[in-house]
Design a protein around this ligand. Structure first.
Ligand SMILES: [Zn+2]
Length: 302
């Protein structure tokens, strides 16, 4: 799948249903192709409220990403946004009949499968990228996230949890639709077993189970198996891709995150949008691989 140079939507509509992770309520999501490049627009069908997927509408960011507009909340949007952004589908109407999107299997894989089943088609015009020209950083104690100028979109993520079963994990990759699908999309959300009582007392994770999350106990995962040895850091990267979709346009830069989460991912997107001096529009998303022609034996990093 080559990188898209034109804006993309789906070829036909498709509906997916399931239960929310936090509220455990049923929800149907209808993905509807659009005729022109209008971005990603959520529609809360019970009220008719249209909520653009934009960082300035992000509200509650505890353990999921929520958009809020005119008193309507749409919670846990990040895995669908991640699948769409990872596959470069940036223009779509997303009709939702409840306030929390289905968690499905806890990863973005069911969304990826649905998108590929519906098919992807291009729209008129050129895809426009936000190219980072100056570093932007958000820091909160030991946790930080920053973006630096880079040709392409590269992600570098480190997590460090104080239990041996999880510990420190790091991963880095240059994002393409194929790499997204193979390396990030199937990584499931996760939590620590010791956090579950506290989350439920706050009304969170009420729909959570070993069918839609990896739960790490003191000795290892309570699930039968992991999909990747470092599934946890891959899921954080999946979340990051989804939260960065709230920029409203694809990003060109190197994003480095250390022990970050939804709140910091969204804070970075807001900081980028708030400072037009640190980025510029470009239609050149694919770096010219000049090195290939002069040094054909030098392999570029993955
Ligand atoms: Zn997630």
């Amino acid at each position: 799948m080559p990188r898209a140079t034109a804006p993309q939507t789906l070829s036909r509509e498709i509906t997916i249903s399931g239960h929310g992770l936090h509220g455990n309520r049923p929800c149907s999501v209808r993905l509807v192709p659009v005729a022109s490049a209008t971005g990603l627009l959520f529609v809360h069908t019970p009220t008719g409220t249209v909520i653009p997927a934009k960082a300035d509408l992000a509200g509650d960011l505890v353990l999921s990403t929520t958009l809020v507009k005119d008193g309507v909340r749409l919670q846990t949007i990040e895995h669908l946004l991640s699948a769409l952004s990872g596959l470069e589908v940036e223009h779509l109407r997303i009709e939702v009949d409840a306030e929390e999107l289905p968690i499905l299997d806890g990863s973005a894989a069911p969304w990826v499968d649905a998108i590929l089943e519906a098919g992807i088609q291009t729209l008129e015009g050129r895809r426009r990228f936000m190219k980072i020209t100056r570093p932007v950083e958000v820091r909160n104690g030991d946790r930080w996230i920053r973006v630096l100028p880079f040709d392409g979109l590269r992600l570098r993520y480190v997590i460090d949890f104080p239990i041996p079963a999880l510990g420190r994990q790091s991963r880095e990759l240059s994002l393409t639709p194929d790499k997204y699908r193979r390396e990030l999309g199937a990584a499931r959300t996760f939590c620590l077993a010791q956090e579950i009582d506290q989350m439920r007392a706050r009304g969170l994770a009420l729909g959570g189970s070993l069918d839609n999350a990896v739960v790490f106990g003191a000795d290892g995962p309570l699930n039968d198996s992991l999909r990747f040895e470092d599934e946890a850091v891959r899921h954080k990267m999946l979340d990051l891709v989804g939260d960065l979709a709230l920029l409203g346009a694809p990003l060109l830069g190197l994003v480095e995150a250390h022990a970050a989460g939804h709140a910091m991912h969204v804070a970075l997107a807001q900081a980028i949008l708030a400072d037009p001096g640190c980025w510029e529009w470009t239609e050149e998303g694919e770096p010219a691989n000049v090195q290939f022609f002069f040094h054909p034996l030098v392999a570029l990093p993955a």
